[in-house]
Design a binder for this molecule. Structure first.
Ligand SMILES: [Zn+2]
Ligand SMILES: [Zn+2]
Ligand SMILES: [Zn+2]
Length: 176
């Protein structure tokens, strides 16, 4: 016994009564919301700017950075080489395998001990990516995770990290 009579539908119940009958109320509410948004936007914006310019500490390379100076190649960590594992290749070339990446990366010196490295431009970086404050992120990375060779966890002394920042632009780093 379906009753399709149009008198069953009450249009007043289907439409929000306030919106229909009191347009001035809606206007007033909208005004209040706009005012509230403006008040909220100012400190939010300032907080965002503060966050953007805040000095942060990289959990991977230990350099200071801000969101403004961070980028896809900002965190650059050079390979580190071993002197104890070096070997002679031919009469003049001394090869120093990397401690971080093994024999796949070797520093070549033209004349043992004279620091005349001949393949610097082909060595590349051990890690090249974004700085991060997140220790867990570094731990979980496939590349550039802590290896205690050239990528170390922070060493905090008096609430500050004293870990050395390895500079990729410096001379190659050789350890025993
Ligand atoms: Zn390496
Ligand atoms: Zn970094
Ligand atoms: Zn650190």
């Amino acid at each position: 016994m379906a009753d399709n009579s149009p008198t069953r539908i009450n249009s007043a119940q289907l439409t929000p009564a306030a919106a229909m009958s009191k347009p001035t109320n809606t206007k007033h509410i909208r005004k209040l919301l706009t005012a509230a948004a403006a008040v909220l936007a100012l400190p939010n914006y300032q907080a965002m700017q503060r966050e953007h310019n805040a000095e942060k500490h990289c959990a991977r390379c230990h350099a200071s950075f801000t969101d403004n100076t961070n980028g896809s190649t900002a965190c650059a960590i050079p390979h580190v080489f071993t002197t104890s594992g070096s070997y002679r290749s031919g009469p003049y070339i001394e090869c120093y395998p990397s401690k971080c990446c093994g024999n796949s990366v070797e520093l070549e010196e033209d004349g043992p001990g004279n620091c005349d490295y001949i393949n610097l431009d082909r060595l590349g970086l051990c890690y090249d990516g974004y700085h991060t404050e997140d220790v867990e992120e570094v731990k979980g990375d496939r590349e550039g995770r802590y290896n205690c060779v050239n990528i170390w966890p922070c060493k905090i002394v008096d609430e500050e990290c004293v870990r050395e920042v390895l500079d990729a632009d410096d001379e190659p780093i050789l350890h025993d």
